[in-house]
Design a protein around this ligand. Structure first.
Ligand SMILES: *Cc1c(COP(=O)(O)O)cnc(C)c1O
Length: 365
C-alpha cells in the first residue's frame, strides 16, 4: 500500500517480457509515439502538446524540467507544503537557480492569495507546484494556482507525479505549462520511465537556453523524440512497452472511473481506520483520492506495525522527515480490491490489539 511502485495488472507485467527490439528501429519509434500520445490524452491534451519520455524515476524528470526551463536570469517560485515541494526547491538550488519558497508548512493547505502576493512582489518567471503532496496526501488546488500564475505572466511547472491518472487533471483548461509524471504510480506501469508534457510552443521556447546537463537536457529530448523520431539515448525499451499497455488499460477504464475507484477504496479505508480510533492527519476537504496519512497510534511503534502487517502480506509506508515518528501512510493506488482493503482492516485491528503475531507467515509457509 505504498504510493508506487503500485501493484500492476498482470497484463502490464507480462508486457515487460513480451518485447525485444532496437530503439533505433521504426517499431520503437511507433511505440514511443503511441505512448507519448496517450500521455497527452490522459492529461486532457491533444496535438497542441507533446510529451517526451525520460528513462529515470520521477525525480529525474523534475530535475530535467527545472534545469532546462528556467533560463539564466530567470527566477523560480516554489509553493511548498510538504516533502515534495521542498524537493523542488532542493533541485533548483543544486542547479544554482534563483529560487524563492512560499512555505505553508506540512499538512497546511496552500493559500492562493499568499502565492499571488509573492508573484506581485517579484520578478518570478516560473512557479513550481506539487499537485498531490504525497508526503501528507494533500491535493493542492491546481486550477486556482494556475490562474494566478498565468495572470502574473509566469509559467507553471506541475509535479503531477503522484496524481496523473488518479486525479482529474486537464493541462489545457488549467493552462499548465510543464507537467511531470511517472509510469509507476496512478498510471499503474512499471518503474523506470518518467515524462514531461508541454505545449509545442513551450518546447520551441527552450531552443535558446544553454543546457545545464547533458542527459536531462529537455530540448535535446524534444528535438530527438518528437522532431526526429529517434531517442537521444538508450531508453528502457521494455518498460516503455509495459507503459503502453498500462496507458491502454487506463484509457479503457478512463481517468474519471479510476479516480472514483481509488477514492472509493480510500473512503472505505478511512472510515475503517477511524472506527479503529486512528487519527487521520488531514481535514476531509484536503485529502487526495489515493493517499492517507495516519497519526502513529500509541502503544505500537512503526517498525513493529510494519513488520506485523508485512507478515500478513501488506506493505505500509513510513512518514517522511518531520512526520517520520508521528505518522505513517497508506495508498490505494494500483490493483487493490475491496476485499484487500477489508482484509487489511481486519489484520490491522488484530495487530493493534497485539494478537496473532506471525500467523500469516506460518500459513504461507
Ligand atoms: C514519487 C514522487 C516523486 C518522485 O519520486 P521518484 O522516487 O523519483 O520516482 C516526486 N514527487 C512526488 C509528488 C511524488 O509522489
Amino acid at each position: 500500500m505504498n504510493p508506487g511502485p503500485v501493484v500492476a495488472d498482470p497484463r502490464v507485467r507480462q508486457a515487460l517480457a513480451d518485447v525485444e527490439l532496437c530503439h533505433r528501429e521504426p517499431e520503437f519509434a511507433g511505440m514511443s509515439q503511441r505512448v507519448r500520445g496517450m500521455i497527452a490524452e490522459v492529461a486532457g491534451a491533444g496535438t497542441s502538446h507533446a510529451a517526451v519520455l525520460l528513462t529515470t524515476s520521477g525525480t529525474g524528470a523534475l530535475e530535467a524540467v527545472l534545469s532546462s526551463v528556467v533560463p539564466p536570469g530567470g527566477k523560480l517560485l516554489v509553493v511548498a507544503n510538504g516533502y515534495y515541494g521542498e524537493r523542488l526547491a532542493e533541485i533548483a538550488r543544486v542547479h544554482a537557480l534563483d529560487v524563492e519558497v512560499v512555505d505553508f508548512g506540512w499538512t497546511s493547505p496552500v493559500d492562493v492569495e499568499r502565492v499571488a502576493a509573492a508573484l506581485r512582489a517579484g520578478d518570478v518567471t516560473h512557479v513550481g507546484l506539487v499537485h498531490h503532496e504525497t508526503s501528507t496526501g494533500m491535493l493542492n488546488p491546481v486550477t486556482e494556482l494556475a490562474r494566478v500564475v498565468r495572470e502574473a505572466g509566469a509559467s507553471l511547472v506541475l509535479d503531477a507525479i503522484s496524481s496523473i491518472g488518479g486525479e482529474p487533471l486537464d493541462v489545457v483548461a488549467d493552462g499548465v505549462d510543464w507537467c511531470v509524471g511517472t509510469a509507476n504510480k496512478c498510471i499503474e506501469g512499471i518503474p523506470g520511465i518518467s515524462f514531461v508534457l508541454a505545449p509545442h510552443e513551450r518546447w520551441h521556447g527552450l531552443a535558446g537556453n544553454p543546457p545545464r546537463t547533458v542527459y536531462l537536457d529537455l530540448h535535446r529530448h524534444y528535438q530527438t523524440q518528437v522532431v526526429d523520431g529517434s531517442p537521444a539515448f538508450t531508453p528502457a525499451v521494455q518498460v516503455v512497452h509495459a507503459l503502453e499497455r498500462a496507458l491502454e488499460l487506463l484509457l479503457e477504464e478512463t481517468v474519471t472511473r479510476r479516480s472514483a475507484r481509488y477514492r472509493s477504496s480510500s473512503e472505505t479505508l478511512r472510515s475503517g481506520l477511524e472506527e479503529l480510533g486512528l487519527d487521520l492527519l488531514l481535514a476531509p476537504a484536503d485529502r487526495s483520492s489515493t493517499l492517507t496519512a495516519i497519526g502513529q497510534p500509541d502503544g505500537i511503534d512503526y517498525a513493529t506495525l510494519h513488520a506485523r502487517m508485512k507478515a500478513e502480506g501488506f506493505v505500509i509506508y513510513a512518514g517522511q522527515r518531520e512526520l517520520s515518528d508521528r505518522a505513517f501512510r497508506l495508498a490505494t493506488m494500483g490493483q487493490l480490491t475491496v476485499d484487500d482493503i477489508a482484509r487489511f482492516l481486519t489484520e490491522l485491528r488484530l495487530a493493534l490489539a497485539g494478537e496473532r503475531i506471525g500467523r500469516g507467515s506460518e500459513q504461507r509457509a
